[in-house]
Design a protein around this ligand. Structure first.
Ligand code: NI
Ligand code: MN
Length: 229
């Protein structure tokens, strides 16, 4: 058994493992980097970190077509239920054992209004445990020192970290996040989508590797297999 991770550009990922397909922050329509479309992508669960359009994205259309369950904070889960979708609400610091594994909501320093102006609750990150692999998806956030607590809980196999600057951490703070989290592998995200978040991910990767932590820059559509521990 192994967990398979695919990057779709911006902050969108597919994770396959634990017998399920998870979509993280499915932003495909209007995402110039997307390698998949909202009308064909598969999902059993859709994890939404916050309400902004580049993260909530195509959630409603995909959940409606696939019957996927939306996992998000209480406000976004309620918004989805009001649209007739299945949802599971979590909140910051809380986790739940799903059939595929565990999801815990972590803090993120950011905003969260939904595209129609509805309140999107507090923004979040996700700490996932699937088939023994721990994956930390930071969401949109600035650097925060409590990342140290997230890294101390149990070793993190993969950390998905924003590096775009302007709306989230830039490369310098993302590098400090790597120091706090001590993950085995870093995958940069939230860059290159628009001029405001243009960054050189390879320059960032080189600096991460200088800290003796592996870093993979994934082009959209690239799959990465995380072998079971
Ligand atoms: Ni955002
Ligand atoms: Mn964003």
């Amino acid at each position: 058994m192994a967990v398979e991770l695919t990057f779709h550009g911006h902050a969108s990922f597919t994770l396959r493992g634990g017998g399920a397909t998870l979509l993280l922050d499915p932003f495909f329509t209007d995402n110039p980097l997307a390698d998949v479309s909202a009308d064909s992508v598969e999902a059993d669960y859709i994890l939404v970190s916050h309400g902004h359009g580049d993260h909530f994205g195509d959630t409603v259309a995909i959940a409606r077509r696939t019957g996927a369950t939306v996992i998000s904070n209480f406000e976004i889960a309620t918004y989805c239920e009001n649209q007739g979708l299945k949802a599971h609400a979590l909140h910051l610091g809380g986790g739940w054992e799903f059939p595929f594994g565990r999801v815990k909501l972590t803090i993120a320093h950011h905003g969260s209004t939904l595209p129609d102006g509805s309140p999107g609750g507090n923004p979040a990150g996700f700490l996932l445990e699937i088939e023994g692999k721990r994956i930390y998806f930071a969401g949109d956030t600035g650097l925060f020192y409590d990342m140290k607590l997230i890294g101390e809980e149990k070793p993190i196999d993969v950390a998905l970290l924003p590096i775009g600057d302007n709306f989230t951490m830039g490369p310098d703070d993302a590098l400090r996040a790597v120091g706090l989290l001590s993950p085995r592998l870093v995958i940069p995200m939230h860059y290159g989508t628009w001029p405001l978040v243009e960054q050189d991910p390879h320059a960032f990767a080189k600096r991460v590797e200088e800290m003796e932590v592996r870093c993979s820059v994934l082009p959209p559509g690239r799959k990465l297999t995380l072998q079971a521990a």
